[in-house]
Design a protein around this ligand. Structure first.
Ligand code: HEC
Length: 457
C-alpha cells in the first residue's frame, strides 16, 4: 500500500505546484474549463467580449476588425492584451462614480484579469456551456426599417470646414416614431459630425427651396440646418433627431420611447466636413432608422448651451496659451426652455420631465466636461462627467435610472480646454500656434454643448 500512497502524494504535490504556477500568472480558481483553472474562450472570454467589445467590433460597425468568432479573437489576442493593458480599449470616457449608464463598456477588474489570463494561457477555446447556447439564441441582430442616403455624392468645397445640409424625403404615409438609428458616414476621414433634423410637413417646402437655391447637392448650412434668409418658421421649426460624432456607432433610444415624425416631413442631414488633415474626397453618407407605430412616451432631444455664446452677446473666451480655460452655464430647464424645446414630448414651461440620456460635446482643445443638477433643496446630482475628454470618443449615455427634473432645479454644465502650445492640432505636418478661440462651427473653434434626451414623466 505504501508505494501507492507515495505516488498519490507526489501527484498531489505536483498538482499543487502546477496550481501555484498558474496562480502566479493568472489566478487559480478551479472553475475554468481547461482543468488547469485558466479562463477559456467559451468559458468566460466570449461573454466578456460580447458585453464590452462587439457593439463596435463586428461586421458593419466602426472598429476595423471583428471579434465575434474564436478564430478572430485568437488571431488578434496579443493586440487585445496590449490594448487592455494600456487602457486604449475599450473606450469608455464617463466617470462611473457620477452616474450609472446602460451598456457600460468598461471592464471590471475581474473581466480584465480573465481576458489577460486567457491570452497568457495560450488562448484555450474550451467548451460552450449549455446556458451560453441558450443565451445566444435569444440575441437578435438590430435591423433598420428605412435607409436614407444622400441622393448624390458630395465633395467638400469649403476648406477646412464645410457644413452641408442634405434634404431627404420621409416616405412613410402614417405617423411614425423613430426608436433608433445608425449613421454610416461615407468617408470617415472627412466626415467630422452628422446631425439629422426633422422638419415637419408645413416646413418641407421651405427646406426643399433652400436645397434648390444652392447649386450642387444640398446647401451650405453653418450652425443651424437653415441657410441664410430662411423664413422665421423654418429657422425655428426644426428639431433634432439624431447625431453622430467620431466614436459613435448605432443608437437605440430608451425602451418605450421614440421621436415622432409626421407624414410629409423631410429629414435634413447636416454633415460637417473637415479637411484640416485630409484631402477633400467624395462622400455619400447614409442615415438608417428603426421605426415604431406607437411608443409609450414621445421624446425630444434637447440641445443646451448658453445661447448668448452663439449670438455673440457673450464670449466663450479661450485665450491663446491658457492651459485650463473654462466656461460654465446654468439654467432652470423646466422654467426656461420647455415652451420651445419640449413641445414634441408634450411638455411646456413649468412641467417636470425625465432625462433619459446625456451627452456632452466639445472640439479638439477640450480636456474635461461635466453636467449636473442642483436641486431646489441645494443637493446636487451628477449626470455626466468626462474627466479626460477625447474628441474621438463621443456619445450619448443612457442613464440606468432616468432622472426627474422639476421646476426650480438648475442644470449646470462646465467645460475645460487646454489652449497651450503643446495641445494644438497638427496641420500639414506642423503643430499650429495657439490662437484665441471662442464658440464657433469650425473644428478649430470650440463648443460647450450638452444634449439631453427627455420625455414627460
Ligand atoms: C466604442 C467602440 C469600440 C469598443 C466598445 C471597443 N473597440 Fe476596439 N476599436 C475600436 C475602433 C474604432 C478601433 C480602431 C482604432 C481606433 O480608432 O482607435 C479599435 C481598435 C482596437 C484594437 C487595435 C489596437 C488599438 O488599440 O487600437 C484592438 C486590439 C481592440 N480594438 C480591442 C478591443 C477590445 C478587446 C474591446 C473590448 C474589451 C474593444 N476593442 C472595444 C472601437 C471599439
Amino acid at each position: 500500500m505504501k508505494p501507492v500512497h507515495n505516488r498519490f502524494r507526489t501527484l498531489w504535490w505536483l498538482s499543487l505546484l502546477a496550481c501555484i504556477l498558474v496562480m502566479v500568472t493568472i489566478g487559480c480558481n478551479g472553475t475554468g474549463q481547461g482543468g488547469s483553472g485558466a479562463p477559456t474562450y467559451e468559458g468566460e472570454v466570449k461573454q466578456i467580449l460580447a458585453d464590452r467589445c462587439l457593439s463596435c467590433h463586428q461586421d458593419g460597425e466602426i472598429a476595423p476588425f471583428s471579434l465575434s468568432s474564436y478564430d478572430e479573437v485568437r488571431d488578434t489576442s496579443s493586440a487585445i492584451a496590449h490594448a487592455i493593458e494600456t487602457g486604449s480599449m475599450p473606450p469608455w470616457p464617463p466617470d462611473d462614480t457620477c452616474n450609472s449608464y446602460e451598456r457600460n463598456k468598461s471592464l471590471s477588474p475581474e473581466e480584465r484579469q480573465a481576458v489577460l489570463g486567457w491570452v497568457e494561457a495560450g488562448t484555450p477555446e474550451g467548451q460552450p456551456s449549455q446556458e451560453d447556447q441558450e443565451d445566444s439564441d435569444e440575441e437578435e441582430a438590430i435591423t433598420y426599417d428605412l435607409d436614407l442616403t444622400m441622393a448624390e455624392p458630395y465633395t467638400p468645397q469649403l476648406e477646412p470646414d464645410d457644413y452641408r445640409c442634405f434634404v431627404m424625403d420621409w416616405n412613410a404615409e402614417t405617423e411614425k416614431y423613430v426608436t433608433g438609428f445608425r449613421v454610416l458616414p461615407g468617408r470617415r476621414d472627412v466626415v467630422h459630425h452628422v446631425i439629422t433634423f426633422v422638419a415637419g410637413p408645413s416646413l418641407a417646402d421651405d427646406f426643399l427651396a433652400m436645397d434648390e437655391a444652392d447649386p450642387g447637392p444640398g446647401y451650405t448650412c453653418f450652425g443651424s440646418p437653415v441657410s441664410a434668409g430662411a423664413s422665421q418658421a423654418a429657422s425655428y421649426g426644426w428639431r433634432w433627431l439624431g447625431s453622430w460624432a467620431p466614436g459613435g456607432s448605432h443608437r437605440t433610444f430608451p425602451e418605450g420611447t421614440g421621436i415622432r415624425v409626421q407624414p410629409g416631413s423631410v429629414l435634413v442631414m447636416q454633415v460637417h466636413y473637415n479637411t484640416l488633415s485630409s484631402e477633400p474626397v467624395q462622400d455619400q453618407t447614409t442615415f438608417q432608422v428603426r421605426l415604431s407605430d406607437e411608443v409609450e412616451r414621445a421624446a425630444t432631444v434637447m440641445p443646451i448651451t448658453n445661447y448668448r455664446w452663439i449670438s455673440g452677446n457673450e464670449t466663450m473666451a479661450i485665450e491663446a496659451g491658457d492651459p485650463d480655460a473654462q466656461a460654465s452655464h446654468d439654467l432652470d430647464l423646466s422654467a426656461d426652455v420647455l415652451d420651445y424645446l419640449g413641445t414634441e414630448a408634450g411638455l411646456s414651461n413649468g412641467d417636470p420631465f425625465l432625462v433619459h440620456s446625456v451627452g456632452l460635446h466639445m472640439h479638439l482643445l477640450g480636456t474635461k466636461a461635466t453636467a449636473w443638477l442642483e436641486r431646489a433643496d441645494t443637493s446636487e446630482q451628477c449626470l455626466l462627467d468626462i474627466p479626460e475628454w477625447d474628441f474621438d470618443w463621443q456619445g450619448a449615455y443612457d442613464l440606468q435610472t432616468p432622472v426627474e427634473v422639476n421646476p426650480g432645479d438648475r442644470f449646470h454644465m462646465q467645460c475645460h480646454w487646454d489652449n497651450s502650445e503643446d495641445n494644438q492640432p497638427v496641420i500639414d505636418g506642423e503643430r499650429a500656434a495657439p490662437q484665441d478661440v471662442a464658440w464657433g462651427e469650425g473644428t478649430r473653434d470650440e463648443m460647450c454643448l450638452a444634449i439631453l434626451y427627455i420625455t414627460a414623466p
